[in-house]
Design a protein around this ligand. Structure first.
Ligand code: FAD
Length: 480
């Protein structure tokens, strides 16, 4: 790894791989940093060396990643795997930890392509052993070939939940039940997006095929479930919920929860990039221009980290960002950039057509984002309950940063990744305002836990003060 590159891409998922491959093709000296050892990101995790001998359960979408990873490997872009990035300074020096060592690398341009993470699912008992997210279970399947045992229960909403159920069925695992939480009203609200979704790149057909396969399997499917609660003292024994006017209990060795994905925003936030509340996707998303540029000079965001659009949209977003970076570096003219961008933009539009439908249909119900039960943990790291956050709000507290100092909510190792969305919605609900009025948690570097030896590798052993105060040093109007 050289000390300086034209472009550093953080994240080797579809957005990062596509951007880096194109950038390298355009003569840009490109470094890609990813905390995983190999390229693929979330969707194509371990695609170069799949743990499953038979790839059929992972479906045709997974195979697309093989082509993408091959093209990336054939390019001159350099991959530094096992590299956890925890800070991007305003001069685009990147701090990372690799194999326990603290390192830094500079770049003229930085593309943040850190993807998505699962939305928190704060219900009573969600922190008990025996409860995981569906995404984590899928990660185990892709990276280690591990599947759950028969009787696993999947609960929540969103395409990934059904995809995992179908992948398990194909792998010979028989779930005990699928407990779907989509309220009836969502179907009506989503209906207006149906024609556009139908005209999108087969997303609806794919979804219907998954649902048909699940139905054909005969696995019990409970619709419009509410008031979910995990039962158990020291571990999860059963899921309790209401459906069809009845209270039900399902015993299970493993409960997998999922209610959609949101941008994995902490690194972008710690870099001082402006984020706005997205009232449709119910999350913070970075304010980006036409080419992924942000208020931080030379730093762009692409892929699901810039707003959830799915893996193929992420590829196109990555290439668009690469084209503008190539233009800025003088490798192509504005005319060449625009010409090449036409195809990318058209494809991006086609892939985003299904979003309004999917976002409305799988909008998680309020009660599963803002737990009514005050004893439910909102912040897992510091064990702060929903009731404590409501109490702080009733005492007059109106922002997440004050909440953090008063209650430690968001102060643990995850740095708010798993609680900040719940907390902002609880504060907003109590004050009867929009989450946008509450504002995001101010994330400071390091965006990931770093041990002291890694920090001591730099200069005088401190995080440079200009990096710790990104807001004050923002370059106004630098968006592309
Ligand atoms: C758990 C999970 C499973 C999913 N499974 C599917 C699926 O099966 N099918 C599907 O269609 N969609 C799936 N999705 C959605 C899918 O991930 C995205 O649509 C798509 O991968 C987005 O591509 P991306 O390039 O933006 O980000 P990603 O593919 O998420 O890639 C981001 C990369 O950034 C890296 N990274 C993040 N932070 C850092 C850091 N600080 N330092 C270094 N590296 C970092 C990550 O290791 C990752 O490799 C899943 C999402 C999640 C969260």
């Amino acid at each position: 790894m050289k000390a300086r590159h034209d472009l550093a891409v953080i994240g080797a998922g579809p957005a990062g791989m596509a951007a880096a491959t194109l950038a390298a093709e355009l003569g840009i000296d490109t470094l890609v940093l990813d905390e995983q050892e190999t390229p693929g990101g979330q969707i194509y995790r371990s695609v170069e060396q799949p743990s499953l001998a038979d790839l059929a359960p992972l479906g045709p979408d997974y195979r697309r990643g093989i082509e993408l990873a091959l093209a990336f490997r054939r390019s001159s872009a350099e991959l530094a795997g096992g590299a956890v990035v925890w800070q991007i300074r305003p001069d685009r020096t990147i701090n990372l930890t690799r194999a326990g060592d603290g390192m830094e690398v500079g770049a003229d341009h930085v593309l943040i392509a850190t993807g998505a993470m699962e939305r928190p699912f704060p219900i009573p008992g969600w922190t008990l052993p025996g409860v995981m997210t569906a995404g984590a279970a899928q990660t185990l399947m892709k990276s280690a070939g591990l599947v759950a045992e028969d009787g696993v229960v999947l609960a929540g909403c969103g395409p990934l939940l059904f995809q995992l159920a179908s992948q398990y069925l194909q792998a010979g695992v028989r779930p005990g039940a699928i407990v779907e939480t989509t309220p009836r009203g969502n179907y009506w609200r989503a209906a207006s997006g149906l024609p556009m979704a139908w005209a999108s790149e087969g997303y609806l057909k794919k979804g219907l095929a998954l649902l048909r396969a699940i139905k054909a399997s005969g696995v019990p499917f409970h619709r419009r479930a509410q008031n979910l609660r995990v039962l158990g003292e020291t571990r999860a024994d059963a899921l309790e919920f209401e459906s069809g006017g009845k209270t039900r209990w399902i015993e299970t060795p493993l409960l997998l929860l999922h209610q959609g994905v949101v941008p994995n925003a902490n690194l972008a936030m710690a870099t001082g990039i402006t984020h706005n509340w997205d009232p449709v996707q119910l999350c913070w998303r970075p304010e980006t221009g036409h080419w992924g540029g942000t208020n931080r000079e030379g730093i762009a965001v692409a892929g699901d980290g810039a707003g959830i659009g799915g893996a193929v949209a992420a590829e196109h977003g990555g290439r668009l960002a690469a084209l503008e970076i190539a233009r800025r570096l003088g490798r192509i003219t504005a005319e060449e950039r625009d010409e090449r961008a036409t195809v990318e933009r058209a494809a991006l539009r086609r892939h985003l057509r299904a979003r309004p439908f999917l976002d409305s249909l799988y909008r998680p119900p309020d009660a599963l984002r803002r737990p009514a039960d005050d004893t439910t943990l909102a912040c897992r790291c510091e064990e702060v309950t929903a009731g404590e956050i409501r109490r702080q709000a009733e005492l007059g507290l109106t922002d997440l940063n004050a909440l953090k100092s008063q209650s430690r909510c968001g102060m643990g190792p995850c740095q708010g990744r798993l609680c900040a969305l719940t907390a902002v919605e609880l504060l907003a609900e109590t004050h009867r305002v929009d989450p946008a009025d509450i504002g995001p948690l101010r994330i400071r570097p390091p965006a990931r836990p770093v041990d002291l030896t890694a920090i001591m590798a730099f200069d005088d052993g401190t995080i440079p003060p200009e990096a710790a105060l990104p807001k004050e040093t923002a370059a106004p109007g630098a968006k592309a």
